[in-house]
Design a protein around this ligand. Sequence first.
Ligand code: ADP
Ligand code: MG
Length: 457
Amino acid sequence: MGLLEQYMEHKKTFSRSGGASRPHSSSSSRPRTGGSSSSRPRTGLSSSAPRTFSARPPLGRSFNASRGGSASSRPRREFGNSGGKRGPRKGQHIDISKFINKTVITEEAVVFTPEHLFKDFIIDERLKTNILTKGYNEPTPIQDRVIPHILHGHDLVGIANTGTGKTAAFLIPLINKVLKNPKEKVIVMAPTRELAQQIEMELKGFVKGFKIFSVCCVGGAAIGRQISDLRYQHNFIIGTPGRIKDLIERKCINLALFKSVVLDEADRMLDMGFINDMRYMLALMPKERHTLFFSATLSPEIAVLIKDFLKEPVMVSVKTQDTSKNVEQDVVRIKAGEDKLEVLHDLLINPEFKKVLIFGRTKHGVEKLSVALGKKGFKAQSIHGDKNQGQRQRALDTFKKGLAQILVATDVAARGLDIAGVSHVINFDIPETYDDYVHRIGRTGRAGEKGKALTFI
Ligand code: ADP
Ligand code: MG
């Protein structure tokens, strides 16, 4: 099957799965919340008894009942101009019913049985040991299906929801490649600093005890340090497109030496306007190379990039459903004259709001909200583009460790972050696109836990 046909196949499958997996409350269960009840908190959260039904995911099998499942399975652009360019997009277009899903599915576990175990892969024994030490007992679906192909050296496009283990899916075979040939160089591009750092952390876990080194090249961090680190032997560069490009122009990185490249969250990089940087860098790499794309969605723009830069790629898609089934979603209606901040306060004082990620639309708004919550006595941190690298990292760590109850974030800053145990996601500002919404609420209900998402309207 040609690439384009494969893509069309994917599209078909996607729209099928997209249709089947819209939030489960349709207009019949429209906003019962808010206006109706006078006592705060105003969400009908506890009243909704989980209904059980067994839904077999349209593609592949679900992994341990409910891993991942956070990214949109529909081609983007459903909400107008949500593709490549960053135009003025307003969340107001999104049908409110999409923010409500009270029928949280207690899924009858279709337990995923991987075809392989880590020990079955033809990889270095020391690497297998490190994988097990890290606590990974068996591969996730995407890992199960892509690792053999990458080990064979095929170009590959991996499509899977956020939180399904894509990082290890490419790191494991690429580390193995470096173990076989210590001169091998790999470059990994990711859309945000935090993601690049997460990838490097995962890499460090896998290469413990090996002489494999990496440099993390991200904006916001001092470039001098990165320049001097690049002078030392390294096998992996992990970074964001802007900074990598900068370092190429300063002649600190020579892409001609890199025979393997990973574009992680390719869809997001396109959204963030990195298309030209991505093309520029891929063009500087050797023609004979190993190219891997990972993405949560397969848009027409990605299909074009794939056609231009990958050679007969293997396409693997293990997408299951749309919004996380285990995230209970509801809206909080703000009445005229009511103070949003007060409503938020009344929610946050409830003990069940243990680890809350709050989304705001602008950097300024996010900072303001986090300061205001601090004044109200909450332990709140914030991450957004106006903070420098160190500040963002500290805020994130404090929240991850549970030392702050609240993290207020912009969409871009929070994209793809893997934070364990987020109890609630609150959309203080309506997301601009449904795709953003899906990514936001995907920060809770991870790894089989239940999560709750509230959207202020
Ligand atoms: P993605 O890139 O698809 O969003 P990540 O690579 O960030 O997903 O992985 C999500 C989480 O799952 C991480 O916390 C990671 O440590 C964990 N994880 C990945 N693979 C496995 C595995 N095989 N077994 C257990 N946990 C895993
Ligand atoms: Mg990832």
